[in-house]
Design a protein around this ligand. Structure first.
Ligand SMILES: Cc1ncc(COP(=O)(O)O)c(C=O)c1O
Length: 414
């Protein structure tokens, strides 16, 4: 089948949840993706922060093959070595103490909400202590609990009524955070560096106030680092920068390097809330996924990738800032490490199409923010090639601006 036939077949046989770009992926190697026509693309999106070691990393491929020959799935009635090994590693790097494994980000978030409400209930922390605070620009997933903590009406409205007991706090508004807290709050969920929301960082003052208020009100602080965690910003977890620790941490995306794997980490104090039968999943924590996760964390350590991420991230950021100086329609550059965003003053989807044509994979979030989440192994040379290509595309936009709207100028051909 060619791309046209695949597009037709998908529209006939699949529900139409996704607005896809015209890229027909065959395979990848390191940071290069090949389509079925043999065209090469430098990948600066990594499957939306999943393919953190790019494609076909030799150590990962090797572990994959080895484990395939042994077992892919072992149900949670029995033991295999890799849940405990991965949990131990995650505990070592996070400062938390216990792990629960599941299959996706949204599932980790669901587990976090159940854990928080169950903790207040089982410890008799007070009548009606079940409210969960969330931020007004947040995205935590699409199942009912996670959706109830997600602000955008676009995602929520058609599916109401949602789960009761969620209230929204204005992003980085410390006063509003204080005003929103009371003894009925059992938890607040915060994505410290927001991804889907458009690459926005929570301020230190806001995060510290959240920690203090949770302590005062015996509520739990949940950090959702599904997108920004496990190395993406140049430290294992973004919260490390602030010297504060959550009570619950949710992880997913790169953890299984493409094999679905989510995790919830928590403290010894909170973990006993989940007793046998309280929460579970058939597939979560299988030997293949956990062994890959374990190897991923070892590669991060052995290859000194965190430092590299910081260095390459600084370079990438500086180059983007250079473009921002040059083009007035680029209004902001945000983010850290290899989680970066560039805001434009017009809808950016056509820029993504232009980048694809030029052989670069990026995406857009929040309508007008170009988002860059490359594999951790991206090279400076690859970043530099991309910057040159983006510069060229932007210069065409600037040229078109003098003649009409950039969106109109960029339309056509798609
Ligand atoms: C911060 C955050 N939380 C939760 C999710 C949901 O994860 P998943 O798509 O694996 O369910 C995402 C996905 O983009 C995310 O970025």
């Amino acid at each position: 089948m060619n791309l046209k036939q695949i597009v037709e077949a998908e529209s006939r046989y699949l529900t139409s949840n996704y607005k896809k770009y015209p890229l027909f992926v065959e395979k990848g190697r390191k940071c290069i993706v090949y389509d079925y026509a043999g065209k090469r693309y430098i990948d600066l999106l990594a499957g939306i922060a999943v393919n953190a070691l790019g494609y076909n990393h030799p150590r990962i491929t090797n572990i994959f093959r080895k484990q395939l020959k042994k077992s892919v799935h072992v149900c949670n009635l029995f033991y295999h070595p890799y849940q405990a090994l991965l949990a131990q590693k995650l505990v070592e790097i996070s400062g938390l103490q216990k792990a629960f494994f599941c299959n996706s980000g949204t599932e980790a978030v669901e587990a976090a909400f159940k854990l928080a409400r169950g903790y207040a209930y089982k410890n008799q922390l007070g009548e009606g202590k079940h409210e969960i605070l969330t931020l007004d620009n947040a995205f935590h997933g699409r199942t009912y609990g996670a959706l109830s903590a997600t602000a955008s009406d676009k995602y929520r409205k058609p599916y109401e009524p949602l789960v009761p007991g969620f209230r929204f706090v204005r992003f980085n508004a410390v006063d509003h955070l204080h005003a929103s807290f009371n003894d009925r709050v059992c938890a607040i969920i915060i994505e410290p560096l927001q991804g889907e929301g458009g690459i926005h960082a929570c301020s230190e003052a806001f995060l510290k106030a959240a920690r203090d208020l949770c302590d005062q009100h015996r509520a739990l602080l949940i950090f959702d680092e599904i997108q920004c965690g496990i190395g993406r910003t140049g430290c294992y977890f973004y919260y490390e920068k602030f010297g504060i620790r959550p009570d619950i941490l949710t992880l997913a995306k790169p953890l299984g390097l493409g094999i679905p794997l989510g995790a919830l980490l928590t403290t010894d104090a909170v973990a006993p809330t989940f007793g046998p039968g309280d929460h579970g999943t058939t597939f979560g924590g299988g030997p293949l996924a956990c062994r890959l996760g374990f190897e991923f964390l070892k590669v991060l350590q052995d290859e000194g990738l965190l430092e590299e991420i910081r260095e390459k991230g600084d370079y990438f950021r500086t180059e983007l800032l250079g473009l921002k100086e040059k083009y007035s329609f680029a209004t902001d550059v945000r983010g850290e490490g290899l989680m970066l965003g560039m805001q434009l003053d017009f809808p950016a989807r056509e820029i993504v199409n232009r980048c694809l044509e030029a052989g670069f994979i990026i995406n857009v979030t929040n309508d007008n923010v170009l988002r860059f989440l490359p594999p951790y192994i991206i090279t400076k040379k690859e970043i530099s090639k991309f910057i040159k290509a983006l510069d060229k595309i932007f210069s065409e936009v600037a040229q078109a601006r003098t003649e009409g709207s950039p969106a109109a100028a960029l339309a056509g051909g798609h």
